[in-house]
Design a protein around this ligand. Structure first.
Ligand code: FAD
Length: 327
């Protein structure tokens, strides 16, 4: 079976991987010179299934559980340290509200906080600890996926190649172009996300920390070499270029509220891109003859892509049907 995958973001790469695992000959086409430099590049990489259930539909829970199992099985660098949710003392009611809408957490007090994140112990009296959550470095993961595909499965990458799915050769074509697939998915909308990468040696965190805030909830994800990803705004817009002053102020304020030492951090990167989303914020597989369009991952790219990829492979290889995503 020969499969063409158009778009090498997290959706295209996981779809290619799952099809290669089942024995397909895979060709990937990516319009940029390097893979993974679209929306997937800017993600926090949080596999925060239980926190996301605060506002997500149950389908995300189902896809999320399957996707987390996929990452754990294929990528040993997934960090299994859970995540923390905190709130400034004046917003403790937000923490209670969040707890009311989620599960799989424990309330922790200062003593346990000192054990988990010593740098935050003096700042937050209480927090929610989601011990079963995990996170990964999205950029490292995308590169590893590419290496795995080339070395283990002989997949062929065609970078710098802008291709219309209709013109691709193959028994099946997986259209994984993210927000750029609006030409054929008119109900796809953009949800802009802005993020920062800060660097400081003054703060140490071992796991993602979410700061609840009535207006702009923010999270900080630790990365290698004293880097921290601070994200992310959620703005109804398809503009993937402009990082606003307001967003910068809000993200930095939130980081500062988690730990004042972030005030002295170096701003290493300001990033912005557009999450592809349908009206209900749930992903879809749309069939169009031999073309399957895998899209609408919204803020659940890493949490949803492997499970959507597996469904696409079952459609291609077994003629399976998945009404929950084929809408
Ligand atoms: C700031 C931010 C933080 C986020 N945090 C998280 C998080 O913590 N956890 C999580 O699960 N999700 C997160 N997300 C969401 C996640 O990043 C997206 O859901 C996901 O990246 C969408 O992946 P995709 O592969 O569909 O799109 P993309 O990553 O945009 O990939 C599409 C690819 O297709 C290529 N392409 C387009 N047209 C063509 C063509 N004609 N020919 C060839 N190639 C083409 C593009 O160049 C691109 O590489 C975040 C998003 C943002 C913006």
């Amino acid at each position: 079976m020969k499969i063409a995958v158009i778009g090498a973001g997290v959706m295209g790469l996981t779809a290619a991987h799952v099809c290669a695992l089942r024995g397909a000959e895979v060709h990937l086409y990516e319009r940029r010179p390097q893979i993974g430099r679209g929306c997937s590049w800017y993600a926090g990489g949080m596999l925060a299934l239980w926190c996301e259930m605060e506002s997500a539909e149950p389908l995300i829970g189902e896809l999320g559980l399957e996707s987390i199992a996929y990452w754990r099985m294929h990528f040993p660098h997934v960090v299994e340290k859970g995540s923390l949710v905190v709130a400034p003392p004046r917003d403790v009611s937000e923490l209670k509200r969040f707890a009311h809408r989620t599960s799989h957490y424990e309330w922790i007090a200062r003593e346990k906080m000192a054990e988990l994140e010593p740098d935050l112990a003096s700042r937050f009296e209480t927090a929610l600890y989601f011990g079963e959550e995990a996170h990964l470095d999205p950029r490292e993961t995308l590169d590893l996926l590419r290496a795995k595909l080339v070395i283990d499965y002989g997949a062929i990458f065609h970078t710098d190649t802008l291709l219309s799915p209709e013109n691709a050769e193959g028994d099946f074509v997986l259209d994984c172009r993210g927000y750029e697939a609006r030409d054929v998915l008119p109900d796809l909308r953009g949800v802009k996300g802005e993020m920062l990468i800060l660097r400081t040696t003054e703060v140490t965190l071992s796991r993602p920390v979410r700061l609840l805030h009535p207006r702009i909830p923010v999270y900080i994800v630790p990365r290698a070499d004293h880097h921290f990803m601070v994200g992310a705004t959620m703005i109804e817009s398809g503009d993937r270029t402009r990082f606003s002053a307001r967003s910068m102020v809000e993200l930095l304020n939130a980081a500062y509220a988690v730990h004042p030492a972030f005030g002295e951090a170096e701003i290493v990167e300001m990033g912005t891109d557009v999450r592809p989303a349908f009206a209900d914020n749930l992903p879809r597989i749309r069939r169009d003859g031999r073309i399957l369009r895998l899209n609408g991952l919204y803020r659940h790219g890493y949490l949803g892509a492997p499970a959507l990829a597996r469904r696409a492979a079952d459609i291609v290889f077994d003629g399976a049907v998945f009404p929950e995503v084929e809408r």
